[in-house]
Design a protein around this ligand. Structure first.
Ligand SMILES: C[S@@+](CC[C@H](N)C(=O)[O-])C[C@H]1O[C@@H](n2cnc3c(N)ncnc32)[C@H](O)[C@@H]1O
Length: 221
């Protein structure tokens, strides 16, 4: 067997052994990430019934399904990704676009009927190359891009939840986000749920100061 076969076999064995993947399959969620949003929702109630939620980096759709359950039939859950999203429902919409595409915020707003969203979450991740410094910086860049999009689509008093990797620069991001939201926390999910040990979510409740992205860019130099 060649090296690729061994790697694929190990990957399949790891998937079969992962209790979160088994539970997601049993409960009808397209991915184990569903339980990360459930964990954060239990702690901070970032999503309420009737909300409009936008998720950036939503494929295959585990978190999106949870968001659609939380907002209920009076709300809307919009998933944005370059890959196909495997989660459908009356209150779910998809947008297939690269979030770095300059037209992404406009396309999201068009889908929302130009009224903005109550909650913006991002679980977007670059393809990890295994070099920590590069992976972490690319993840940080996604955080900045998500804040640029939030500046255009998030309503006043809205909430965010953005995936990042622990790094020294995150202290400066914390400072900016703390100054823009009524309540701000860095949240880690249970270790068994994380694929990347330094994964954290930046959770902001009640945005009262905007725009955020220019402040972040200045703080990060
Ligand atoms: C960890 S997965 C998201 C899992 C998802 N939250 C769920 O619950 O199933 C990360 C996603 O980010 C997406 N992504 C990464 N960079 C992106 C970009 N520039 N634009 C759009 N999507 C992106 C990837 O395509 C991938 O589907």
């Amino acid at each position: 067997m060649n090296g690729e076969g061994v790697t694929r076999e190990r990957w399949l064995a790891e998937r079969r052994a992962d209790p979160w993947i088994r539970m997601a399959k049993k409960e009808g969620y397209p991915s184990r990430a569903a339980y990360k949003l459930k964990h954060i929702q239990r702690l901070y109630s970032i999503i309420s019934p009737g909300d409009v939620v936008v998720e950036l980096g939503a494929a295959p759709g585990g978190m999106l399904k949870v968001a659609s359950e939380l907002v209920g039939e009076d709300g809307l859950a919009v998933g944005v990704d370059i890959k196909p999203i495997h989660c459908t429902g009356d209150n779910i919409r998809h947008l297939r676009i690269d979030i770095y595409d300059p037209s992404a915020p406009k396309e999201i707003l068009k889908l929302l009927g130009h009224v903005g969203c109550d909650v913006l979450i991002s679980d977007a991740s670059p393809n990890l190359i295994g070099i920590a410094e590069i992976d972490t910086m690319r993840q940080l860049d996604l955080v900045i891009r998500c804040c640029e999009i939030a500046d255009e689509v998030l309503k006043d008093n809205g909430n965010i939840m953005l995936k990042a990797f622990e790094c020294p620069e995150l202290t400066r991001v914390d400072r900016v986000l703390r100054s823009c939201f009524n309540n701000y926390k860095r949240v880690t999910t249970p270790p068994s749920l994380r694929k990347h040990s330094s994964e954290v979510y930046l959770v902001g409740i009640g945005r009262w100061r905007a725009p955020i992205a220019p402040l972040l860019k200045t703080a990060l130099g």
